[in-house]
Design a protein around this ligand. Structure first.
Ligand code: HEM
Length: 675
C-alpha cells in the first residue's frame, strides 16, 4: 500500500505495518488486548507473508522454501530472512512461526518507530500511540482524501469481510492475522455471516493457515509460552540490608542498585511480621515494566486506599487501561511545557518575589525553603490562588497519608490524630478558594490553567472527573511542589557544592537574563546546554521517587522469575541510576554522560520520571520550571552549603529529599531584585 507523507514522497507499508495499524486501539493508545504469544505469532506471520510477497520465500503444505536470500533492506524482515537462510534443514511455516516468535517484539518496536517516522502514528510519553490525524492518506481507492492510513486499512478489510468481493491477497493475510489475534469482535460488529466469511477467507492462504495451526497448537500446550524453568526469587539477608552503607545514609536508590547487583533483577525483602516485598530493579526489569508492564501490572489496587483518604475514587494515578488513557489525554495540555511557557512572566514574578526576602548572611533550611518557593509559583499558575498559608499543612497531611496508606511504614490510626485532622481541613480550604475564583466571569480572558481543565471536565464528563475527585486532584497539583521542591533543593545543593560547575551555569543565566527576561524560545538546548545536562545529572543522582508500586493482575515471568497474580511488586526504577553497567562510576557527578557518544541516558535505565503508562505527565513542565529557578537563583545570588563539609544525607520516606539538616547560606547577592 502506498501512503504519502507531507513531503509527497511515496512510502510502502509492509504487512507488519498494516497489521499493527489494524490492531491499534484508539481508545487506549495501545493494541487491542492480544495474548503475547498469539501477537508474536501473528507478527511473524506478517513478516513471512511479506517475504513471500517479495519472492524471498515460498510455502506449500509441507515446507517453507528459501527462494532468494538477498536482503530486502527492511530491518523488520531481514533478521528473520537471515535465520531462515542459515537453517540447513527444510522446515514448514508453522515451525518457523514458532521459532521466530521470540523475535517478534523487536519487529513490533521497529514497526511502531517506522510508522511514527512516516508521520502515520504519533508517540506519546508513557508509550502510547495514536493515529496522527494530520497525516492524510493518498491513493485511496474510493477517492477520499482525508482518511488516515489506519482508517483506510480498516475500510479495506471491512470490504473484504462484509461484501462478496474477492479479497486482495494482502487483505486475505491481514484478515487471517487479525483473526488469529481474536480481536475482530473489538473492531467490527460481527454477525454469523461475517464470522463465516472470516473463516472462509482465512482458509484461502497457506501462511494464514499455518499461523492458525501454530497458535491453536500452542493453546493446547501452554508450556511453549513460558520458559520451562522459573527461578526461585532470592531473599535479601536482613543483616546485609541493615549493614549496607546506604541504609544508613538514606540513599534508597543506591541501596536498591547494590541489592540488584548482588541478588539479580528480582529479589525479595522479608520484613519481620509483614508480607514479603518483591522488588524489580535494573535495566532489564525497567525495560520490561516500560514495555510490557501494562499487560500485567495494575495501579488501581495500591492507590485505592490512599485516594479514599481524600474521598476520591478513580483519580489519574489510580486508573488503568482505556480509562487511564482517556483522562491522561484530557489532562495533558494542563501539564504541558506550553502552558508554562505561556505564563513565563508570572513565573519570573513569583520567583523574584520569593527571593526578595533572602538576606545575605542568613541560612535557610533547604527542603522547607525550596518547597515553599516552588509552591509560591505552582499554586497561582495552576489553580490561581495563593496557598503559602496552607501548603505546610497540605504537605504534612499528604506525607502522613502516604506513610500510612501507601508505603505503610506507619499504622493507619496515625492519620487520625487531632493534629492531622486539623491539617486535613486545608484540603477543603483549598477547594473553596479555587471554586471561589473560578466562576466564568472571573476567568474570562485569563490564560487557561489546570483548575479550569478539571472543573470543565467535571461539568462535561462528570463520570470521568466527579466532584468527589476534585479535592484530591486539586491538592495533588500543589503537592507536586513537594517533588519539584525537593528536586530543586538537590539541584541547589549540587550547585553550591560544585563552584566550578556553578560558574558555567551562571554564565548561561547571565546571558539569558542580562538584557531583560527571556521568552520560551530562548530556553533552547544550546542556550542552556550546561544547565540542562546538570539537571539531568541531578535527577539521576537524586531521583525523588525511588519506587513505584503495582499489583500483578496477570501472572508473568520477569527475567526468568515467575510472579503470581495478586503479588504487589515494588519497581525500583532508579536503582539502575546507581548501577555500574548502566551509569559507569555512578557516584561521580558527571554532566558529560549525556553527550555523544556516551548518551548514557538513552535507555530505560534512566527513569527519574517513572516507567510505562503512568510516566510523569508533568515532566516537560517541571524541566522548564526547574531550569528557570536554578538559573534565576544563580543570576541573583551565590548560595553555600551551611552545614559544613558533611556528605549529603537523605531522608527517603515517603520520597527522597535531603535530610532536614541541610541548609543554604546566602553568601552573596549579585544584583538587585526588581519585583
Ligand atoms: C522533579 C519532580 C517530579 C518527579 C521526580 C516526578 C516523578 C513522577 C513519577 C515517578 C511518576 C509516576 C508514578 C508511578 O508510576 O506510580 C509521576 C507521575 C505524575 N506526575 Fe510527576 N514528578 C515530578 C513533578 C511533577 C510536577 C511538577 C507535576 C505537575 C506539574 C507532575 C505531574 C504528574 C502527574 C499528573 C503524574 C501522574 C501520571 C499518571 O498517572 O498517568 N509531576 N511523577
Amino acid at each position: 500500500m502506498a501512503v504519502q507523507k507531507e513531503d509527497q514522497s511515496t512510502q510502502t507499508l509492509g504487512l507488519h505495518d498494516e497489521l499493527i495499524l489494524m490492531l491499534l486501539n484508539e481508545e487506549n493508545g495501545y493494541f487491542h488486548q492480544v495474548p503475547g504469544w498469539d501477537l508474536n505469532c501473528a507478527v511473524v506471520g506478517a513478516v513471512l507473508a511479506d517475504l513471500s510477497l517479495r519472492s524471498r520465500i515460498d510455502t506449500d503444505m509441507a515446507s517453507l522454501f528459501l527462494l532468494d536470500a538477498t536482503e530486502t533492506g527492511d530491518p523488520a524482515l531481514d533478521p528473520m530472512l537471515k535465520e531462515i537462510a542459515s537453517e540447513p534443514v527444510q522446515r514448514n511455516a508453522q515451525y518457523w512461526i514458532e521459532r521466530l516468535a521470540p523475535l517478534a517484539e523487536s519487529v513490533i518496536d521497529l514497526t511502531l518507530d517506522h510508522l511514527v517516522g512516516l508521520g502515520i502514528l504519533e508517540h506519546h510519553d508513557g508509550d502510547y500511540w495514536t493515529v496522527a490525524h494530520t497525516h492524510r492518506h493518498a491513493g485511496l481507492s474510493d477517492g477520499s482524501e482525508d482518511d488516515t492510513a489506519g482508517q483506510f486499512i480498516k475500510a479495506r478489510i471491512s470490504r473484504a469481510i462484509f461484501t462478496n468481493e474477492i479479497p486482495d491477497p494482502r487483505d486475505v493475510i491481514i484478515v487471517c492475522l487479525v483473526n488469529t489475534c481474536d480481536v475482530f469482535r473489538f473492531i467490527f460488529h460481527l454477525d454469523d455471516e461475517a464470522e463465516e466469511r472470516i473463516e472462509f477467507i482465512c482458509k484461502m492462504d497457506l501462511i494464514g493457515r499455518s499461523l492458525a495451526a501454530a497458535v491453536s497448537q500452542n493453546l493446547a500446550s501452554p508450556a511453549l509460552q513460558r520458559p520451562p524453568l522459573t527461578r526461585k526469587i532470592p531473599t535479601v539477608s536482613l543483616s546485609k540490608l541493615l549493614l549496607n552503607p546506604h541504609t544508613r545514609d538514606g540513599n534508597l536508590n543506591a541501596l536498591f542498585g547494590n541489592l540488584a547487583e548482588e541478588y539479580g533483577p528480582v529479589f525479595q525483602v522479608r520484613p519481620p511480621f509483614s508480607k514479603p516485598m518483591i522488588f524489580l530493579a535494573g535495566l532489564d526489569t525497567n525495560r520490561w515494566v516500560h514495555k510490557r508492564g501494562r499487560m500485567y501490572l495494575r495501579a488501581r489496587d495500591y492507590f485505592s486506599d490512599f485516594e479514599k483518604v481524600y474521598g476520591a475514587s478513580g483519580v489519574l494515578p489510580a486508573l488503568d487501561g482505556a480509562d487511564h488513557f482517556r483522562l491522561r489525554k484530557s489532562l495533558s495540555p494542563a501539564y504541558s511545557r506550553a502552558r508554562l511557557v505561556a505564563q513565563l512572566d508570572q513565573l519570573y514574578h513569583h520567583a523574584r518575589k520569593f527571593m526578595a526576602d533572602w538576606t545575605v548572611g542568613d541560612a535557610y533550611p533547604a527542603t522547607h525553603m525550596c518547597r515553599r518557593m516552588i509552591n509560591a509559583q505552582i499554586s497561582p499558575l495552576s489553580v490561581t490562588v495563593d496557598t503559602q498559608d496552607i501548603i505546610d499543612d497540605l504537605i504534612k497531611y499528604k506525607e502522613r497519608a502516604l506513610s500510612t496508606h501507601i508505603v505503610r511504614v506507619l499504622p493507619k490510626f496515625l492519620l487520625n490524630t487531632p493534629a492531622m485532622k486539623r491539617r486535613a481541613k486545608g484540603v477543603d480550604v483549598l477547594l473553596k478558594r479555587v471554586q471561589g475564583v473560578h466562576t466564568p466571569a472571573q476567568r474570562a480572558g485569563c490564560p487557561r490553567n489546570l483548575a479550569d481543565d478539571l472543573l470543565s471536565l467535571n461539568a462535561s464528563d462528570p463520570q470521568v472527573v466527579p466532584e468527589s475527585n476534585l479535592r484530591f486532584a486539586l491538592s495533588a497539583a500543589l503537592i507536586a511542589s513537594v517533588y519539584l521542591g525537593d528536586a530543586f533543593s538537590f539541584a541547589l545543593y549540587a550547585m553550591a557544592s560544585q563552584p566550578a560547575l556553578s560558574e558555567r551555569i551562571r554564565s548561561e543565566a547571565d546571558a539569558l537574563f542580562e538584557n531583560g527576561d527571556p521568552d520560551g524560545e530562548d530556553f533552547s538546548l544550546s542556550a542552556i546546554d550546561v544547565t540542562h545536562r546538570f539537571l539531568m545529572e541531578c535527577l539521576r543522582m537524586y531521583p525523588i521517587v525511588p519506587m513505584s508500586m503495582r499489583n500483578v493482575m496477570n501472572s508473568c515471568v520477569v527475567e526468568g522469575y515467575e510472579i503470581s497474580v495478586g503479588t504487589r511488586v515494588y519497581i525500583a526504577q532508579a536503582a539502575s541510576h546507581y548501577m555500574e553497567d548502566v551509569f559507569p562510576d555512578p557516584f561521580t557527578f558527571d554532566i558529560d554522560r549525556y553527550q555523544s557518544p556516551r548518551n548514557e541516558h538513552r535507555s530505560p535505565g534512566y527513569a527519574p520520571f517513572g516507567l510505562g503508562t503512568h510516566t510523569c505527565l508533568g515532566s516537560r513542565w517541571l524541566e522548564l520550571q526547574l531550569a528557570v529557578n536554578v538559573l534565576m537563583v544563580s543570576h541573583y545570588f551565590t548560595l553555600e552549603v551551611s552545614t559544613g563539609n558533611d556528605s549529603l544525607k537523605f531522608s527517603p520516606i515517603p520520597s527522597m529529599k535531603p535530610s532536614k539538616k541541610l541548609k543554604f547560606l546566602v553568601a552573596e547577592k549579585r544584583r538587585e531584585l526588581v519585583v
